[in-house]
Design a protein around this ligand. Structure first.
Ligand code: ZN
Length: 257
């Protein structure tokens, strides 16, 4: 059984030196990898990678920390439209979108883009990938007022274990990455979440798991450290964690295997 990295950003410059070498190496270890677009430029690149590698897929969207640039969703929608017509499209989701209150990005604009991307996801019947940092209450409110047709992934879930239950009840999968090797709250969330609602992700190049340094470069080969930690928390074999999380990833992204 191979790993499925449900969330990564290989278009970022951190990978300029060895991107294609890494992509070749991943072929032996991964059965799936979704590159997540954060803006229009990024959208074009992730689409291009997915066309080159059979195990690679992509999402389209505007990250809450990118909305300040006032990018129009129209161009993103144009790409979605042409992908929808293509039978062999590797587009599997909308996002990442959501709310980030950690830094000072304009909140009203973030909300506007978030709601617009929920509409896009519903219109084209795609799951949605949600980024939420220090904003769980507002994310929950928006999701209750703007119900998603296809629940997607609460990516790199960092809210309280208590709040996580609400998102699972709404049908979302929880994305578990490097932070599970460091933080007690994330470990508790994993403990109380059914394994059939968990997917694994690296969020490469950021958020490497232990034993790697917090601000070193992450990559999808480190998924094994995340799997190891989940297996330890859930007291099940690592093989079972890989098996479930890969099947969950296929399911949430609607990929036939
Ligand atoms: Zn991300």
């Amino acid at each position: 059984m191979l790993y499925f990295d449900t969330h990564a950003h290989y278009d970022w410059e951190e990978f300029n030196v060895d991107r294609s070498e890494l992509f070749d190496n991943f072929e032996k270890e991964l059965c799936g990898l979704v590159n997540i677009a954060i803006n229009l430029e990024s959208a074009k690149k992730v689409k291009e990678y997915a066309n080159k590698y059979s195990y690679m897929y992509f999402s389209l969207g505007i990250h809450p920390m990118e909305v300040k640039k006032e990018i129009s969703l129209k161009s993103i929608e144009e790409i979605i439209k042409s992908e929808i017509k293509n039978k062999n499209s590797k587009l599997v989701a909308i996002g990442e979108t959501g709310l980030d209150y950690h830094f000072n990005y304009p909140i009203e604009l973030q909300k506007k883009y978030f709601i617009e991307q929920i509409r896009l996801a519903n219109k084209y019947e795609l799951p949605i990938i949600i980024h939420s940092r220090e904003s769980q209450g507002d994310v929950e409110m928006i999701l209750r007022e703007n119900v998603v047709k296809k629940a997607g992934i609460m990516h790199c879930y960092s809210g309280t274990p208590q709040e996580s239950k609400k998102f699972v009840e709404m049908g979302f999968y929880l994305g578990v990455g490097g932070p599970v090797t460091r933080y007690k709250d994330v470990q508790e969330t994993v403990r109380i979440t059914p394994i059939d609602k968990i997917v694994i992700e690296t969020d490469s190049p950021v958020l490497p798991p232990e034993p790697f340094k917090k601000h070193s470069r992450n990559n999808s080969l480190y998924l094994k450290y995340i799997v190891k930690k989940i297996a330890e928390i859930k007291k099940i074999p690592e093989e079972e964690v890989i098996n479930f999380t890969t099947q969950n990833a296929y399911k949430v992204y609607g990929i036939k295997n």
